[in-house]
Design a protein around this ligand. Structure first.
Ligand SMILES: Cc1cc2nc3c(=O)[nH]c(=O)nc-3n(C[C@H](O)[C@H](O)[C@H](O)COP(=O)(O)OP(=O)(O)OC[C@H]3O[C@@H](n4cnc5c(N)ncnc54)[C@H](O)[C@@H]3O)c2cc1C
Ligand SMILES: NC(=O)c1ccc[n+]([C@@H]2O[C@H](COP(=O)([O-])OP(=O)(O)OC[C@H]3O[C@@H](n4cnc5c(N)ncnc54)[C@H](O)[C@@H]3O)[C@@H](O)[C@H]2O)c1
Ligand code: SF4
Ligand code: FES
Length: 808
């Protein structure tokens, strides 16, 4: 197998790999280095995260399982710093050295940061990745006033997000009008008026010369001497290709890494794709052209004949609610162009089409973009419009986004429906007909339409409805199947398991006619969980269907070693246990012993083959630090020692942990118990938190202290420990029975509603029934470490050297 290495784990690069896998799944042994500590995610949606429309989990395009399924060795949080193009090797910042036969550079861009005094102060950021987004969300919680420098696409989307996060926002722009690269002054003025009405304040034609403050920013100073206050400054002034590695390794770089029409650099076997690449003197900053490049490169690298990449015409839209605009091609008239223009000030609509030699060369639409797909097709195909009237150019009976069956029916097959992914109506219709697709999700997975910004989804839905005719079921079409192996949703799978009495993962996939015999890493763990939830006391656990950490009962680390975290009920330990941990750490040369965030002791860097003997020597139960189950119950010292404590938090924490440990849940569950409202165990950001008050406990639910920071909601107040156990049991069981697999309690609670859950739990009979089902389930679990110690078969299957690779 040839060795293919890719530097950069972003949108263009991973799309190239997807295309390669479609063409030649067996040709390459693939290694990817990504500087960011995540799998490939949808960078476009960072704007939506900031605006509060989606969560971080929702924007992962290729989860870690995808890499494992495709045997891709992924090194996240690791940057390549050097390429030796003669020896055909790359070197990472962590001292790793990897040989390649073919090398793809897909390092994207970085945000331009103004080189002015104070630019490195705390509170100043670009807007490029998850880290920047997290910082903005965090600072918006602490401060009130933001300044965004740059009134382009990114700056305006960031500003809208910061408004949504409750900040006051000034947008500082260098030019006389906004988005001057995409809009003429009329459309830009309309946009500015709309955004002002939404609450943005604009400072136009302002050049920022200094960022004020000591360690952290307090304001901006402009060239004209004026100043504004700011606690957060976002620089959105454009991007610069990441080319250092290429440049330092002798690869030819201009603005980007210079490539030919097959994405080849000047060095044999080294290619570049995406925002880091410069093709015919253009560096693109939108996904549509990058995905076109990806396709050409994939074909070329697989040795398939392909059309060369000749460059792209791009169309842009702004992802801000209440703003409807589209722009493509040229935007300013000159002596060689003629324009058709409509400016309906009353309705806030502006349309301008620029024409040269009977061909459309530019489009600016504001307020009504229904005709954008049709006009864009005419522009990209360079259609001759001499037979058309100005009215029929600007308006069409079959305007693309009209979303009626008639509109879709009269659209030509080559009309571009998904601009980001270059998918036409014809491709979508063909896929629906030949592959029997019935849901939006399936069309998306099959054709890529809708997988990026998602703007085309309503149109794709119309095509689906029109193509299926009477067979179209609106409710079913928008339902989400549990994965691409089936059209069935979670509810349908559960219903079928119950009515047909299906008892194993294999049986479910066979009887329900999975289109992929083996299932995938998304559906297999989910089915296994649903089976375990339905068959409380006799469900057969299919260990091999579990995610890798749960299969191994240890958390796999980035270097392929594992961590071992023994159970320490309520975060309380003893000298005896501490001695055992210390002895094991010494005996097995454990490289890192660390206290975890959940008040446990973790042994990191353990070899797979050492796991059973370490567990044996420890002789402590598994702490399940790897599982979709109760992880930890964090407790404060409470009334046993603290002078503020009104309740015994340690005792309650230990009781909760002893009762609910090992319970399979749709996602991990963390608890915290504090003995007074000072809340030292941070119960307010736990899935379930308990706060002691005079004469009882407050129970909080739906908190999350991770990526999707969310304060918990007060579920109820109870008087006794028995009531705490009863409510917690019923709550956990209700979550188990109604949540989607891999849905955290915070998201589940937001979906089903706090009020609804309160109503369910207020019903005494319901509480009783839920607890009965839970208790029945809890009886079936055994400690998995002990089980492995006792079973030679398990040891041979899972813990022998070379039985499981990281990439598995
Ligand atoms: C907030 C925001 C909103 C956007 N909205 C839209 C939109 O609506 N429509 C649209 O078409 N486009 C949009 N874009 C642009 C789009 O996201 C990019 O064009 C696209 O992500 C570029 O893909 P890429 O693979 O070239 O680069 P990236 O996605 O940036 O990926 C490059 C990756 O390489 C990694 N890397 C860099 N150097 C190294 C190294 N030496 N070693 C290892 N890894 C390295 C980087 O950390 C990064 O993860 C938006 C961008 C942002 C930031
Ligand atoms: N909806 C979308 O398609 C979308 C959304 C976000 C980002 N993006 C992409 O991300 C990339 C970055 O976007 P961007 O908006 O930063 O780039 P951009 O180059 O499109 O816009 C930068 C803006 O900042 C202004 N500017 C430059 N220097 C300035 C200064 N000193 N003070 C004030 N203003 C200044 C420029 O006049 C320009 O309007 C682009 O490739 C863009 O296409 C696209
Ligand atoms: S939460 Fe209250 S009782 Fe518990 S340690 Fe803190 S101050 Fe003491
Ligand atoms: S237009 Fe962006 S995903 Fe389809």
């Amino acid at each position: 197998m040839k060795k293919l290495v890719m530097i950069g784990n972003g949108m263009a690069g991973v799309r190239t790999i997807e295309e390669i896998l479609k063409l030649e799944p067996e040709q390459f042994e693939i290694t990817i280095f990504g500087e960011e500590p995540y799998p490939n995610y949808n960078r476009i949606k960072l704007s939506n995260i900031l605006q509060g429309d989606v969560h971080f989990d929702d924007i992962i395009i290729n989860p870690l399982e995808w890499y494992k399924d495709n045997h891709i060795q992924l090194y996240t949080g690791e940057a390549v710093v050097k390429i030796d193009t003669k020896a055909k090797k790359v070197f990472s910042d962590q001292g790793r050295e990897v040989q390649y036969d073919e090398l793809i550079i897909a390092t994207g861009s970085k945000a331009i940061i103004l080189p002015i005094p104070g630019a490195n102060k705390q509170g100043v950021t670009g807007f490029r990745d998850i880290k920047d987004c997290e910082l903005m969300i965090k600072l918006a919680n602490q401060y009130k006033k933001a300044a965004v420098i740059g009134g382009g696409l990114l700056g305006l989307e960031a500003a809208r997000g910061l408004l949504n996060l409750g900040m006051k926002v000034d947008v500082v722009h260098l030019m006389p009008h906004l988005m001057e690269r995409q809009l003429d002054h009329v459309a830009a003025s309309m946009l500015k008026a709309e955004l002002e009405a939404q609450g943005m304040n604009f400072l136009m034609e302002k050049e920022t010369v200094e960022i004020l403050g000591d360690e952290r920013v307090i304001g901006l100073r402009f060239k004209d001497g004026s100043q504004i206050e700011a606690d957060l400054v976002v620089m959105a002034l454009g991007i610069r290709s990441n080319t250092e590695v290429a440049k330092n390794s002798g690869i030819y770089v201009n603005r980007g890494i210079v490539v030919n029409d097959y994405m080849e650099t000047n060095v044999p076997h080294v290619y570049a794709v995406g925002e880091c690449a410069e093709h015919r003197e253009i560096v693109y900053g939108l996904v549509a052209p990058l995905y076109e490049q990806a396709k050409v490169l994939a074909n070329h690298i697989c040795g398939k004949e392909t059309e060369p990449y000749k460059g792209s015409v791009t169309g842009t839209q702004l992802k801000v609610a209440g703003v409807d605009l589209f722009s493509a091609g040229e935007i300013h008239e000159d002596s060689t162009t003629k324009s058709i223009m409509v400016h309906n000030e009353y309705e806030g609509i502006y349309k301008k089409v620029l024409i040269r030699k009977n061909r459309i060369v530019g489009i600016v639409l504001y307020g009504d973009t229904k005709d954008s797909t049709r006009l864009f097709r005419m522009l990209t195909k360079q259609e001759d419009i001499s037979g058309m009237t100005s009215v029929s150019i600007l308006h069409s009976e079959c305007s693309g986004a009209g979303n009626t069956g008639d509109d879709v029916a009269s659209m030509p097959d080559d009309e571009l429906i998904c601009g980001c992914n270059g998918v036409t109506k014809g491709v979508i219709v063909e896929a629906i007909k030949t592959k029997g697709l019935t849901t939006l999700d399936q069309v998306s997975q099959c054709t890529n339409a809708g997988r990026s910004c998602g703007r085309c989804k309503p149109l794709v839905a119309s095509i689906l409805s029109h193509t299926l005719g009477n067979q179209f079921n609106e409710k079913a079409a928008s339902k989400t199947s549990i994965c691409g192996c089936t059209t069935l949703s979670r509810e349908e799978v559960i219903e079928e398991i119950k009515t047909k009495g299906l008892t194993s993962v294999k049986e479910v996939m066979n009887v329900l006619e999975w289109n992929n015999e083996e299932g995938c890493t998304k559906c297999r763990p989910a089915i296994n969980y649903y089976l375990g939830m339905i068959y409380m006391d006799h469900g057969m656990d299919d260990r091999d269907s579990r995610l890798v950490n749960e299969k191994m009962h240890a958390n796999i680390q980035k270097d392929g070693t594992y961590s071992v975290v023994p159970r320490m009920y309520g975060g309380v330990t003893t000298a005896k246990d501490l001695k055992k941990i210390a002895e094991v750490a010494e005996k097995y040369h454990v490289p890192l012993v660390k206290l975890t965030g959940g008040q446990r002791i973790g042994l990191f860097g353990v070899k797979k083959e050492d796991l059973p003997s370490i567990w044996k020597d420890l002789d402590m139960p598994s702490g399940y630090a790897y599982g979709k189950t109760l992880r930890t119950v964090k407790t404060c010292v409470g009334s046993q020692f603290c002078r503020y404590g009104t309740q015994d938090s340690m005792a309650l924490g230990i009781e909760l942990e002893k009762k609910f440990e090992r319970l399979d849940t749709p996602h991990k569950v963390k608890m915290g118990v504090s003995a007074c409202p000072r809340n030292c165990s941070e119960a307010g950001i736990k899935d379930i938190g308990f706060v002691g008050i005079d004469g009882g406990w407050e129970i909080y639910v739906g908190g999350n202290g991770g990526v999707d920071l969310r304060p918990a909601d007060l579920l109820c107040t109870v008087k006794t420990k028995e009531e705490v156990m009863e409510i917690t049991g019923a709550y956990l069981q209700y979550y188990r029975e109604t949540a989607n697999y891999l849905e955290r309690t915070s998201k589940w609670l937001e979906r089903v509603g706090l009020k609804h859950v309160q109503e369910v739990l207020a019903d005494k009979e319901m509480r009783k029934a839920l607890n009965e089902r839970l208790d029945k389930t809890l009886k079936k679990y055994v400690d998995p470490w002990n089980e492995a110690i006792q079973s030679k078969e398990i040891q041979d299957k899972y813990y022998m050297k070379h039985t499981i690779k990281v990439g598995e």
